[in-house]
Design a protein around this ligand. Structure first.
Ligand code: G6P
Length: 644
């Protein structure tokens, strides 16, 4: 039935319709740059633009929110908790005015409460400041300021910056803009800031170092935001600020300069994303929408790159860089979280398809290790957001040591995308759910294409093998949609194990990283303790945990390890573990052993991660919904981690 709907309406519509039908059946379904900034100068009610913008930034993760609006003076409101509470307060206080700034805070220094929420002011409350990032030397600065008589209301590092600006401004004859400049020159750490002053009610002053900010360029109105989602409905024209740049934004224009006052002319970029892309489109959660988009996003990622009729891969972003990559002494992949898992899949792919040796590093570890990287090596950084602090630091360190650095990023124009020597965008569209899904499959798709390209370049991938891979890769989007057409077994498993305290995920070869990713998804959104292991490693520890209460998810989808994985399943079964298998259609032996067998279409072994991960994403999703967890904004997590 679902299939017939597919042929009548467009593909995206049909996915939504199909899912709504599924929802009716399921009646029980009832980032850290983590902080977010929005500022507005124009003819509209600033509070409305800011509140809507803050709502669009909620996905980044936050625990308090606030805003300041200029009118005849300056009105500041703050709340602990949700933007919806801020909206209620704003209505009550009638915050009128056409210029203002807003913020969602993810606590680092000082507990999440109203006092530590932004905006912050100095002692005289003449200006308001919102800040993303961390002022690392805030303690020294605070003590100096306290000696000079400044009193602090809370513990936040941002409050210290506000007082520092006030101190400099009041004790010298420089103007407010210069006072901000001088304060920032004394600051160690990272910042994206926006400031409004009640005696300069026509402007927002913004500055950036290590924490992204962009200016939205409108007509008779201008915006500032930490990413494009709050401004996309008003304008597609944006100017990206670089580190140590500042700007003054008014309703009629903007002026950018360096922190040392050198005026700059900035390029205006056109955003490719649409409003529809950042809205839920009929799904109850962004995460589910993003899971269901994966047929399309993988296809988008391959468009113009997988040239089927010519049996080749073309990656425009790597043109001129492939020889160096193919001849690299070592390839080091650095990333965090889910992107690190896709890097691990990349390791298997590069080794198998291109005979290249790869090391995959947690970016946070790489930067503090003894660095043996130099110009003979190539680093590939993988990041959905393109803003993760540790990944960025690894990139900069590798570059500093002379290595070529390539990027695999989703967010166009992000810092990592701009700082790498070359790279490939994943083109998955905005990913809003904090738990990454479509970005993972797009990253693996890019890594697969890179490995195939390098396999040809290194002459280790035969014509016949290339042909088979090209054909199979081209069929992946269809196969993803096939999996998404019937989620009933996954829902049943989710129902049965909703309250399991632990889960074990096992996989071998290409699907070992998928086991890690499945466990991570469950941890992130349902708060169930889960571990991923290479299946054979089970014998070296986790097997001790297995009893009749332990759900064990086994990814049994690769042919070349089939016998081994069947033995591992026997071992689980002998200890009465509850076996849930992800297997390829027609794979022998699995159905006999597993209590639940979730089947995925057959494909080439090296491409199975692209399919096997889908049921695992759904399993985590359904369990989280059953447990009434906050799927899109899980506790303590942020979409983009721009602090170390
Ligand atoms: C955070 C997110 C994860 C993401 C990781 C790396 O932890 O919650 O979903 O995988 O950062 O982010 P990146 O943007 O660099 O891929």
């Amino acid at each position: 039935m679902v299939f017939s709907i597919f042929s009548i309406v467009g593909r995206r519509d049909c996915i939504r319709t199909a899912f709504r039908l599924a929802l009716e059946k399921l009646h029980h379904i009832n980032k850290r740059n983590m902080c977010g900034i929005v500022g507005y100068a124009g003819g509209r009610e600033a509070s409305e633009v800011i509140l809507k913008g803050l709502q669009r930034l909620e996905y980044r993760g936050y625990d308090s929110a606030g805003m300041a609006v200029l009118n005849d003076g300056m009105n500041i409101i703050k709340v602990k908790g949700k933007v919806s509470e801020l909206a209620k307060l704003s209505k009550k206080k009638k915050l009128n005015g056409n210029i203002g700034i807003g913020h969602t805070r993810w606590a680092t220094h000082g507990e999440p409460n109203e006092i530590n929420a932004h905006p912050h002011t100095g002692s005289h409350r003449n200006f308001s400041l919102v800040h993303n990032g961390i002022i690392e030397n805030y303690d020294v600065l605070r003590r100096n300021l306290e000696e000079k008589g400044h009193l602090f209301a809370g513990e936040s590092d941002t409050e210290v910056l506000a007082h520092l600006i006030e101190e400099i401004h009041e004790l010298s004859d420089i103007d407010f803009f210069q006072a901000i400049q001088q304060a920032l020159l004394q600051v160690k750490g990272t910042y994206g800031i926006a400031v409004v002053h009640k005696y300069h009610p026509d402007r927002i002053i913004v500055a950036r170092k290590g924490s992204p900010l962009l200016i939205g360029v409108g007509e008779g109105e201008n915006f500032v935001a930490s990413d494009a989602s709050p401004i996309i409905e008003y304008t597609k024209k944006v100017v990206y600020l670089e580190d140590e740049e500042m700007a003054v934004i008014t309703r009629d224009g903007y002026e950018v300069s360096t922190l040392k006052n050198v005026p700059l002319t900035k390029e205006v970029h056109e955003l490719a994303m649409s409003l529809e892309q950042i809205e839920k489109g009929g799904f109850p959660h962004f995460m589910l929408k993003e899971i269901f988009e994966q047929g399309d996003t993988i296809a988008d990622c391959m468009r113009g790159r997988l040239i089927v009729h010519e049996n080749r891969i073309q990656l425009g972003g790597l043109e001129g860089f492939v020889d160096k990559l193919a001849g690299a002494r070592r390839v080091i992949i650095a990333a965090c979280g889910t992107s690190w898992h896709s890097g691990l899949v990349g390791e298997y792919l590069f080794e198998y398809l291109a005979h290249m040796s790869v090391e995959v590093e947690y970016a946070s570890e790489f930067r503090y290790r003894e660095q043996l990287i130099d110009e003979r090596d190539v680093m590939i950084v993988i990041s959905q957001s393109g803003e993760t602090a540790d990944t960025l630091a690894a990139l900069r360190e590798a570059k500093r040591r002379g290595a070529m650095v390539l990027g695999i990023c989703n967010v166009v124009g992000s810092t990592i995308a701009r700082e790498t020597d070359a790279g490939v965008y994943t083109h998955a569209g905005p990913e809003i759910g904090v738990a990454s899904t479509k970005a993972f499959t797009a990253q693996v798709t890019v890594l697969t294409m890179m490995a195939m390209l390098l396999g040809r370049q290194n002459k280790v991938l035969s014509d016949a093998m290339m042909k088979e891979l090209v054909k199979e890769l081209n069929n992946i989007p269809k196969k993803v949609e096939e999996i998404l057409k019937d989620t009933s077994v996954i829902e049943e498993v989710a129902r049965l194990f909703t309250y399991a305290p632990n889960f074990l995920y096992l996989g071998r070869s290409y699907n070992f990283p998928v086991a890690l990713e499945g466990a991570l998804k469950l941890k992130e959104i349902s708060y169930i303790h889960a571990e991923g292991y290479p299946a054979a490693e089970m014998k070296h520890g986790p097997i001790a945990l297995i009893d009749e209460h332990m759900p064990v998810v086994v990814i049994a989808a690769t042919d070349h390890t089939n016998d081994k994985i069947i033995s591992n399943m026997e071992e689980v079964k002998a200890r009465k573990g509850r076996l849930i298998a992800i297997s390829s259609n027609g794979q022998s032996g699995v159905g006999r052993l597993a209590e639940f067998n979730i089947t995925i279409p057959e494909t080439h072994d090296s491409l199975t991660p692209l399919l096997a991960v889908i049921p695992l994403q759904l399993l985590a999703y359904f369990i989280a919904v059953n447990r009434k967890c906050h799927v899109d904004q899980p506790r303590n997590l942020a979409k983009s981690v721009t602090v170390e």
